[in-house]
Design a protein around this ligand. Sequence first.
Ligand SMILES: [Mg+2]
Length: 452
Amino acid sequence: MGRGGRGSIPLRGVAMGARSTVASNQIFALVDVNNFYVSCERVFNPRLQHQPVVVLSNNDGCAVARSEQVKTLGIKMGTPWFQLKDLAEKHNIIALSSNYTLYGDMSDRVMTILRGYSPNVETYSIDESFLSLNGLGNLWPTATDMGQCIRYRVRKWTGLPVCVGIGPSKTLAKLANHIAKTHPEMEGVCDLVSMPSARLNAHLSAIEVREVWGVGRRIGAHLHAAGIKTAQALRDVSPVWLRAKFGVVMERTGNELRGTSCLALEEVVAHRKQIVSSRSFGQLVHTLPELGESVTSYMTSAAEKLRRQRSMCEAVQVFIETNPFREQDPQYSNSITVPLPNPSCDTRLLVRAALFGLKKIYRPGFAYKKAGVMLIGLGEAAVSQGSLLVQHGAGEKSERLMEAMDALNRRYGRNTVAIASAGTTRAWGMRRECMSPCYTTNWSDVPVAQAR
Ligand SMILES: [Mg+2]
């Protein structure tokens, strides 16, 4: 894949992290994996290929991903699993627990492939990326050819099906992707840049205005009330009226629909201002040691995120709560913030602070449903100043220990090295009754092929 040759062409409006002013001649591609979680499961379990499949949220709560067959049955996103059981039996729907380790790794693989097609890629969500195609036009006979090549390579290298939408603005690239998905004859690629305007109008007039990126349900209802029911109608309405009625964000959407790019590629993900790690338990938890194990484990992953963005935090907050829906149970919830003696990203110190806080707020005699931690006062990890005071959980020794711990866990898998108070049994762990193996991230889960 050649990228060179035309490197001197300025990529207008794709400055790092900046929102551009109106720029012309932009081309964006939106690459989106079809039914991402279900598709990941199907890669490693071909028996699921033509079956109706749903993936359930944490603790097997509700449907967060659906195969086409399930969508056809009219099952909505977010339907609780217990409401689906009868239907599932009737239609042989297979339900799987969400395997975020697998999905995260498959997502990384797709993003790595996409970076081979453009030097400017914005990862928009776990299964969607925007690519800037500015200045790359002469590498391909047509943009559709490039789209087909992306589809072929992602399928060949990861097993995942993707659709590619191409447009002169991000909003139109999104719509193009939607058109590609809903028109099988396009074979997964739709290029609105080169589409004749009569055909473009026909497509836009058939798309519900709520499908337009950034419109959503509430504004969609207002637009409907004003008689604007399709993407085409939204494109053709006066920008002055749009601005007066809905503000600058909708005015910008109108401009984007007319092919004027207002939203630049955002390649640099802004640093998080706070990091939260919390989860509901798979079963109710009563004792302090069990709560301590879960808090240690949540803090471990929060601290890893903190170090990944090269930050330190100044305080940690811990919270615990009972299940408000179990009205028969006595209720209690509380949280506490524990300031640190100095900013730190050392898992040991953060865990110690969190457990100290937990001990203060824990009350016996309650059935706890959820616990979590939040890191507060995030700032850049500064080179440690020579201080007369002992720096707890900072300084060179701590830094090197944490680096070694992260490296071991990256190489040999999560929790290879962990803080002892996280425990080893994890009775409080999530309920995931039908989770697939971590095919791509755990040696013992690698699929075995048998040749005869
Ligand atoms: Mg998708």
